[in-house]
Design a protein around this ligand. Structure first.
Ligand code: EPZ
Length: 467
């Protein structure tokens, strides 16, 4: 199946053959082997901003002002989805003001949903506010089949009529009625979607086996700031007392714990030492614990986390779990790190069924990883630079980290994946001593770029008053 921006499905191209000259493709060229040192700052969390942007659809009165919004492809895609539904967005630097008083559509364009599966997060708000929503099923991904059955189970429990035909999901409800919903899996997206729908339902909704990620808590805090009545976010049981309407507010979402974890691994990987400014240690307990088990020194204060890498790291075993377990979004970065730790480490991925594609790319750099189903057995060795290809956002991050530690030159292709979730990555890494360049190489375009890319600011480009 064709590949999309987020490694899922490629939007319809204009028929050009892959690799045709004249198209450009951005890549990173990295000289490895230099210890990283210094301070690096994390941005606002992509996976908190995306559901919070979708939740702005719930506001009939007033506008929503979101601060320090990161300049990421996924944010641009979500905002394009919202504008296609009728939301007006005014951008002043990193402050985005959203006006959702005039919603004129309940069907986001399929090509946008195809660009980013998180677009399905508009379903809950549209169902609650407008009484209906039609969305093209986002389909599978490089990292797994990514169904949305739990989302739909939640909507049906709230009284919606849900139909699926020719890959289009339609959900309708004249009025959502509070109920008790049990999730078969603590899905982050399903919890967010149902939480947003339940804020305007009639009566109380109880979500059992809810996801507990910090991004869920942040979404609940945002919804409560708009007048919702949510208790228990961050635990497995969330209670929502429906209200008749929500009103605008201003809000600053939490820092990005996965970006922070990625930078901690960068310092550990290269034998450096540094400070990750803005990181919240309590959001990273398993990651900090595993780095300490390896022998790295970490200490936290109210503004961030400091790390001093050990020169004699020990192998560790890692098993990803829903929060508060070890985050699946840090698994690729840790697999790369453990590929250079003498001894044997075992990495088990329990959240997604196919999230080891980066192992094959790391093998091009000399990594010795044996995949057995959901388990990767890693024999530590030294890595040598190579040309590797990113397959999804976190795999791309893992390959950049491997390039920073490998001997020689590494080229990471298809860094469009990186730009989905890491703002100005090469600039931030250069700030702590990385030898990394972003290169547009027209001869290296194995895939014609997608026809449609939402408005995305080039690094350093600023915006005045938006529309
Ligand atoms: C969110 O995806 C994140 N994305 C992912 O981050 C993250 O990896 C994931 O949560 C797990 O933490 C955003 O927040 C935008 P899930 P989501 O629903 O909501 C299965 C990144 O790199 N499942 O918790 O899609 C599903 O197939 C991205 O930033 C069902 O079976 O994750 C998967 O195996 C990658 N049925 C598992 O649950 C459903 O209805 C976890 O999915 C829903 C999910």
């Amino acid at each position: 199946p064709p590949t999309r921006l987020d490694g899922c499905r490629r939007p319809r191209t204009n028929g050009r053959r892959p690799g045709r000259r004249g198209t450009t493709l951005a890549l990173y060229r990295i000289e490895g082997g230099f210890p990283l040192t210094g301070t690096i700052r994390v941005g606002t969390a992509k996976n908190a901003v995306l559901p919070i942007l979708a939740a702005a659809l719930l506001v009939e009165q007033g506008t929503t002002e979101l601060e320090e919004i990161p300049n990421l492809r996924d944010v641009a895609t979500m905002e394009a989805v919202l504008e296609s539904l009728g939301i007006r967005i005014e951008r002043r630097g990193t402050t985005h003001r959203l006006d959702a008083r005039a919603i004129h559509s309940t069907e986001p364009p399929a090509e946008l949903v195809g660009l980013m599966r998180a677009s399905v997060l508009v379903m809950g708000p549209l169902l609650a506010r407008m009484g209906e929503v039609r969305v093209a099923l986002p389909g599978g991904c490089n990292i797994g089949s990514r169904p949305i059955d739990q989302h739909l189970k939640g909507f049906q429990a709230l009284g919606a009529e849900v139909q699926l035909e020719q890959g289009i999901v339609t959900a309708r409800a004249s009025r959502l009625l509070g109920t008790t919903i049990y999730f078969d899996f603590p899905s982050v997206g399903a919890t967010e979607n149902v939480l947003m729908a339940a804020t305007l339902a009639h009566g109380e909704t109880v979500i059992e086996n809810a996801a507990q990620e910090p991004e869920i808590v942040d979404l609940a805090n945002f919804l409560n700031a708009m007048g919702a009545r949510i208790r228990g976010a961050g635990t497995g049981t969330i209670r929502v007392e429906g209200v008749s309407r929500l009103s605008g507010t201003s809000y600053l979402p939490i820092p990005d714990r996965i970006e922070a974890g990625t930078y901690l691994v960068a310092f550990a990987f290269t034998g450096g030492e540094g400070y990750v400014e803005g990181a919240i240690a309590e959001h990273l307990v398993p990651v900090i614990a595993k780095l300490r088990e390896m022998g790295h020194y970490l200490e936290e204060d109210e503004d961030g986390i400091r790390i001093v890498a050990t020169r004699d790291p020990k192998p560790v075993d890692v098993k990803t779990q829903p929060y508060p377990g070890f985050p699946t979004d840090m698994q690729p970065q840790f697999l790369a790190l453990l590929a250079t730790v003498p001894g044997t480490s075992v990495v088990t991925e329990t959240v997604f069924e196919n999230r080891f594609l980066h192992a094959a790319e790391l093998a091009k750099m000399g990594a010795r990883i044996r995949i057995e189903g959901r388990t990767a057995v890693v024999e530590g060795t030294s890595l040598v630079g190579a040309r590797v290809r990113a397959t999804d956002l976190r795999a791309a991050a893992a390959l950049v980290l491997a390039g920073l530690a490998a001997r020689g030159t590494t080229e990471v292709l298809e860094i469009v994946h990186i730009e989905r979730g890491y703002e100005r990555l090469e600039e931030k890494l250069k700030g702590i001593g990385a030898k990394i360049e972003r290169v547009e190489d027209k001869d290296l375009a194995p895939e014609p770029p997608p026809l449609f890319l939402p408005r995305f600011l080039a690094p350093g480009e600023t915006v005045g008053r938006g529309t």
